[in-house]
Design a protein around this ligand. Structure first.
Ligand code: HEM
Length: 460
């Protein structure tokens, strides 16, 4: 079961991670830690045991690390476990009734309709958008040589630019900053769970809910404005150019139904939000870790030089095996989606634990990816674990994109984007950190760096 890499292959680089929490935190302490940093809520036991049961405001909250329990909840009985009250309260103002926040038949219809837009074949259509935005970023970074560069915001803007171009074929210039400003504003306060989000029934709006509803009005206005601009562009294209074209043409294979304009808007908000923040975070952590590992940078550079064409020819992304292994290891240590939570909808028994309706089943990629039982030297960086020929990794020990019917629909797109950006960046620059202060992971919505360190880039 342990995905062991020979000890001599494990590097000794142990990137920053918080100490486990003390045992037996009170629900109030837990709720306030969740608001500050969700990675600090787990005690040492969570990283060693298969199941950890806690009480949280009158309900059981059960962390499942055992593969058969994870399979039970996420794969075999998805209808018995739904999104939680707090998740829906926090995300619906942003994502509306899109794929992430919908359930039951509505979810099934949406998933069937959207799936063809995210197959590897459809993602190929989006590669030119990824490449053009990346080439432009690299061009502007080349001018910063010998200066200290604040790379994280640049990467975040790039991910948003890629999301925007892939969705709308539009350069995000004027809209990018408005989108980012709104997302940041939401994340700083309204996107953080409040005590009342857990305890007040969803039908009763809390003061935070009112503020979130107010926010939604300006958020919708912005998305509608971007969509209207794209729809004005009547440039004749022989086939689909972007995700919007794919989503507008999408039909449910069973009912033949497409999306209404409102549904389309919610899907677009969902894809932009679910897509750009997570991928940006994976890239920021990659750059930070690689700045400590010059020899890994060299290997990516060599691979990129051999595999990526300089011209506009199709890049053979599946040959970027080493770059991909590095990315897999970065997402093991810093999974952008650090937790998957479900609320039991009906009585059930999982791994010997009785679940009552409303009890929480928690599957935490953060914990699982550092679990003592499943990983050798779990806190150390070792991309060898993911190289072809390494011992197989248990399907349920590594879940950056989740598993089961609600697995990330954008996983292939995200991996394509992140691998390509990382390879292009390393091929263009050698990256160094110029500040010593360690960067700590802080999880509220995603696993964010606590600050943006400064880098220096040396053109290759
Ligand atoms: C590194 C990047 C990404 C990571 C780590 C990530 C992670 C995840 C995870 C763990 C889930 C499952 C949540 C659950 O079971 O509750 C999920 C779902 C989802 N992701 Fe991603 N994601 C990434 C990129 C993307 C991209 C690029 C898109 C779209 C363009 C996207 C769209 C979605 C959507 C719509 C869902 C909900 C699926 C459903 O409920 O049927 N994600 N993602």
């Amino acid at each position: 079961m342990q995905s062991s890499v020979a000890p001599e292959d494990i590097r000794t680089f142990i990137p920053p991670h918080p100490e486990p929490a003390p045992e037996n935190l009170s629900p109030r302490q837990l709720a306030s830690l969740m608001r500050v940093n969700n990675l600090r809520v787990w005690s040492q036991r969570a990283y060693e045991e298969e199941v950890v049961v806690r009480r949280f405001f009158g309900r059981s909250s059960v962390l499942f690390n055992a593969p058969e329990a994870i399979r039970h909840v996420l794969v075999d009985h998805p209808e018995a476990y739904g999104r939680t009250r707090a998740t829906l309260r926090i995300l619906k103002p942003l994502l509306g009734e899109g794929l992430f926040t919908s359930e039951g038949l509505a979810w099934r219809h949406q998933r069937r309709t959207l799936a063809p837009a995210f197959t590897p074949r459809s993602v190929e259509l989006l590669v030119p958008h990824i490449r053009s935005a990346t080439t432009e970023m690299i061009g502007s970074l080349a001018a910063t040589e010998k200066e200290r560069v604040d790379l994280f915001p640049i990467i975040q803007r790039l991910a948003l630019e890629i999301a925007g171009r892939s969705m709308f074929s539009l350069e995000m210039g004027q809209h990018g900053s408005a989108l980012r400003e709104q997302i940041m504003r939401y994340g700083q306060r309204l996107g953080r769970p409040h005590l009342l989000d857990f305890v007040v029934p969803i039908a009763i709006p809390t003061p935070h809910d009112w503020a979130r509803a107010w926010f939604r009005r300006s958020w919708i206005r912005l998305i509608d404005q971007i969509m209207a601009e794209r729809l004005k562009d009547k440039t004749h294209a022989s086939g689909p150019r972007d995700l919007l074209d794919l989503l507008m043409a999408a039909r449910d294979a069973e009912s033949g139904e497409g999306f209404s304009p409102k549904q389309l808007r919610d899907q677009i908000a969902t894809m932009i939000l679910a897509g750009h923040e997570t991928t940006a975070v994976a890239l920021c952590w990659s750059v930070y870790l690689l700045a400590h590992l010059p020899e890994v940078q060299e290997q990516i550079t060599q691979e990129a030089a051999a595999v990526l064409p300089d011209s506009r020819a199709e890049p053979q992304l599946n040959k970027l095996t080493y770059t991909r292994a590095v990315l897999d290891e970065v997402m093991r240590l810093y999974p952008p989606a650090y937790v998957i939570v479900r609320a039991a909808r009906q009585p059930d028994t999982v791994a010997g634990v009785t679940m009552k309706p409303g009890d929480l089943a928690i599957i935490s990629p953060w914990v699982l990816h550092r679990h003592r039982k499943y990983w050798h030297e779990p806190d150390a960086f070792a991309s060898e674990r993911f190289l072809p020929g390494a011992p197989a990794i248990d399907r349920f020990a590594y879940l950056p994109f989740g598993v089961g019917p609600r697995v990330c629909i954008g996983a292939h797109f995200a991996l394509t984007e992140a691998t390509l950006v990382l390879a292009e960046l390393m091929r263009s620059f050698r990256i160094e950190l110029v500040t010593d202060r360690p960067v700590w992971p802080v999880a509220v919505v995603t696993t964010q760096p606590d600050h943006a360190p400064l880098f220096q880039l040396h053109r290759r």
